[in-house]
Design a protein around this ligand. Structure first.
Ligand SMILES: [Zn+2]
Length: 331
C-alpha cells in the first residue's frame, strides 16, 4: 500500500528528473517565462490532441506503440496546461492504465482522499512540473517581489500570469512550496482574480473580465508573455519627459498591435525629478515581438536613451486538433 505522502514525493521527484532531462531549469533560470508543458509533451514523442471532451478535462491513453494525451478544448489555456502536465505525469510515471480525468490540481488543494495513488502521483507531478519552487523564486527575484508582495492578491495574480497557471493553482503552490502559510493562502483565495484585474485598469470597463490584465514594467524586459488575444497588456515605463525623451509608440502599430490607451502620470515618490510613468495599454493577437525606444522626437541622430523589448504569444486556449506549435513545425 503506497501512502499519500509517498505518492506525492514520487510525483515531485519525477517532475524534478524531467526538468533536468529536458534542461528546463537552465532555460527558465531568468524567471522570464512559464514552463512549456505542451512543448515538453511533444519533445517526448507523445501524441497530444485537443478535443471538446464531455465532462472530462483530459485523459491518458497508454498503448504499446504510441501513448496519447487528450485535453479538453472547453477550458482556458491555464487549465489546459495543468491538465496536459497531469497526463504527462501518468506517462512519465509509467502508469499502464487508461486514466479519465475529471479533476486536476487536487493535490495542491489538499484534496487527495478519494484518489488512488496513481492519480495522486500524476497530480503532484503536474504541480511540481509547472510550479517548482525554484521557478517561483526566479520570477520573484526578477520582479523584486518579496513576502510582503505575496500577501497581496494583485501581485499573486500577476505572478500567476507569468507562470502560465491559474490564480488558484498559483495560490496553492505558494502554500505547498512554503512561500506562504495556510491562513494567508485562504485569504488570497477568497479574493476573485477579477478584483486584481479591475484594479490594474481602474479606468476601463470591458464587457467581461474573462480577459487577463498584464501589468508589465521594465522588469519584464526581454520576457516572454503567454496570453490571449483578449488580454490587456498595460506597459508602465519610466519616461524622462523633462529631458525631452518619450517612448515612441509608433512601434506598437508596426508590431500589428492596437493601442487602447496612452497616458502619463507622475510617480509620487519622484515628483521633483520630472520623471513620469508612461502608460500604454495594448492588445494584439498571435506572436508579436515588441521593440520600443525612448528618444527625443526632434533628435535627427535618433539616439535612444532606453529601449524595451518583449515577446508576446497572445494565442489563447488551444483549439481542436494537435497543438498549434506542432502544426507550425509540421508546416
Ligand atoms: Zn489522472
Amino acid at each position: 500500500m503506497v501512502s499519500r505522502r509517498d505518492a506525492i514525493l514520487t510525483g515531485v521527484a519525477r517532475a524534478t528528473d524531467l526538468h533536468e532531462r529536458l534542461g528546463v531549469r537552465d532555460e527558465l533560470a531568468a524567471g522570464d517565462r512559464a514552463v512549456d508543458v505542451l512543448g515538453a509533451v511533444q519533445r517526448l514523442g507523445l501524441f497530444l490532441m485537443f478535443r471538446p471532451l464531455d465532462g472530462l478535462l483530459g485523459a491518458y491513453v497508454p498503448t504499446r506503440a504510441l501513448s496519447g494525451i487528450l485535453v479538453t478544448t472547453k477550458r482556458d489555456l491555464h487549465v489546459q496546461r495543468f491538465t496536459a502536465a497531469h497526463e504527462l505525469g501518468h506517462h512519465i510515471l509509467e502508469h499502464k492504465v487508461l486514466s479519465l480525468d475529471a479533476v486536476v490540481g487536487f493535490v495542491g488543494r489538499g484534496e487527495t482522499s478519494k484518489h488512488d495513488h496513481q492519480e495522486i502521483e500524476a497530480d503532484a507531478f503536474a504541480a511540481e512540473f509547472l510550479l517548482p519552487k525554484w521557478l517561483i523564486a526566479a520570477h520573484l527575484l526578477r520582479q523584486n517581489w518579496g513576502r510582503s508582495h505575496l500577501q497581496q492578491p494583485d501581485f499573486v495574480y500577476q505572478l500567476s500570469l507569468r507562470l502560465g497557471t491559474s490564480y488558484s493553482a498559483t495560490c496553492w503552490a505558494l502554500l505547498s512550496q512554503r512561500f506562504l502559510d495556510r491562513e494567508t493562502v485562504m485569504r488570497l483565495l477568497s479574493v476573485e482574480p477579477k478584483v486584481a484585474k479591475q484594479r490594474a485598469v481602474p479606468d476601463m470597463k470591458p464587457e467581461n473580465w474573462h480577459r487577463d490584465v498584464w501589468l508589465v514594467s521594465e522588469k519584464d524586459r526581454g520576457a516572454h508573455i503567454l496570453g490571449s488575444p483578449d488580454d490587456l497588456i498595460v506597459l508602465e515605463l519610466d519616461e524622462n519627459v523633462a529631458s525631452g525623451y518619450t517612448w515612441d509608440a509608433k512601434a506598437i502599430a508596426l508590431a500589428g498591435m492596437s493601442l487602447e490607451q496612452d497616458d502619463r502620470f507622475t510617480a509620487n515618490e519622484d515628483r521633483l525629478g520630472g520623471r513620469v510613468q508612461r502608460r500604454l495599454v495594448l492588445q494584439g493577437e498571435g506572436h508579436k515581438r515588441l521593440f520600443l525606444e525612448e528618444r527625443r522626437a526632434w533628435d535627427v541622430s535618433q539616439q535612444s536613451r532606453n529601449t524595451f523589448e518583449i515577446e508576446l504569444a497572445l494565442v489563447g486556449r488551444e483549439p481542436e486538433g494537435i497543438p498549434r506549435s506542432g502544426r507550425v513545425l509540421a508546416a
